[in-house]
Design a protein. Structure first.
Length: 326
């Protein structure tokens, strides 16, 4: 099965996010059970580095990313920089003691995955967190830079998604790591509505999904899952039926046409061009005033919600927006 929502768009697989937002509870339950059984259920240090191919990507990367950040090392036997980088990543995977899982992908044997991630050269390193792919770095990198990137990754994974990582037991036998789905999932008060919203999205019923998320937010305005789902569903509804070629022509022909810029930014984001979408609206904010400027600002904030406030691209765009406003 091909990976879903892996186009660098930042548009999160909602089903994966739902699992990820419960991951902290499940991880704690798994740790408690491991302690109760005298260490059972923990993974061996050898299981922190795995080889992944296209056939196993769904179960070994996408599903596992709901319990632990998965760092993907795209490499090849002929790539000399890869041979320098890969041992560093493998050593750090063990040193970080379960805070992330390292998946190694041989690009020669897995060309479809390489294309899916849009990789132009190797080594290339990505992360998948709760079903969402994030580029980390490409090419040679020093260990200090790698550590800084990994520190940021595990921090965001825990603070935003509740991913506390894997329990590691040096005495555990390799290959005995439990599946992500083994832990019993807790049931929340809005699970039925949230699941209905995800089903509606899968069926293309955007209106139904939007209403389901609004029903949750009516009772629980701060529900992060519903906020994220609503922002994504509204984006998909806005771009539905648009003629991309005409929209982009209108936006290019009249930079002061606010509606054209809004529609083009929506198409940019839905198509995976996150920085382009943000930059377009920030530029529009800078050359508008009054109600038009406020309309663009509000839409930009909506797009931030789709990507997530902790995303580095959102952080950078917020700074740029502040400069444009003040």
């Amino acid at each position: 099965m091909q990976p879903r929502n892996m186009s660098m768009s930042g548009v999160v697989d909602l089903a994966a996010v739902k699992a990820a937002q419960e991951a902290k509870t499940k991880a704690e339950q798994a740790r408690a059970e491991a302690v109760r059984q005298g260490g059972g259920g923990a993974v061996s240090p050898a299981d922190l580095v795995i080889d992944v191919d296209e056939a196993g990507f769904e179960s070994e990367v996408l599903q596992r990313s709901a319990e632990v950040p998965v760092v993907i090392d795209f490499w090849a036997e002929w790539c000399e920089p890869c041979k320098q980088l890969s041992p560093v990543l493998e050593r750090l995977a063990v040193e970080y003691n379960g805070r992330f899982l390292l998946a190694k992908v041989d690009v020669d044997a897995n060309q479809m995955l390489m294309q899916q991630f849009g990789i132009q050269g190797i080594p290339a390193v990505f992360a998948v967190v709760a079903g969402q792919a994030l580029p980390l770095f490409q090419g040679a990198a020093g260990e200090a830079q790698i550590r800084q990137t990994l520190d940021q990754l595990v921090q965001v994974a825990e603070e935003r998604f509740g991913l506390t990582g894997l329990t590691v037991d040096p005495d555990a036998a390799p290959g005995d790591s439990p599946a992500a789905s083994d832990a019993e999932e807790p049931v929340g008060p809005y699970d039925a509505l949230l699941e209905a919203a995800v089903r509606a999205l899968d069926d293309g019923d955007l209106g139904g999904a939007i209403q389901a998320y609004r029903n949750v937010l009516a009772d629980d305005p701060g529900n992060p899952e519903a906020q994220l789902g609503l922002a994504q569903a509204e984006l998909l509804q806005r771009v539905q039926g648009l003629d991309p070629q005409q929209v982009r022509a209108d936006a290019a022909g009249n930079p002061k046409d606010v509606e054209a810029q809004l529609s083009a930014a929506d198409l940019d984001l839905a198509g995976g061009h996150v920085e382009d979408a943000f930059g377009r609206l920030i530029d529009t904010v800078a050359r508008t005033a009054g109600d038009d400027r406020d309309t663009v600002r509000v839409r930009l904030l909506k797009l931030f919600e789709v990507i997530g406030v902790e995303d580095p691209r959102v952080v950078a765009a917020r700074r740029a927006l502040a400069r444009a406003l003040f």
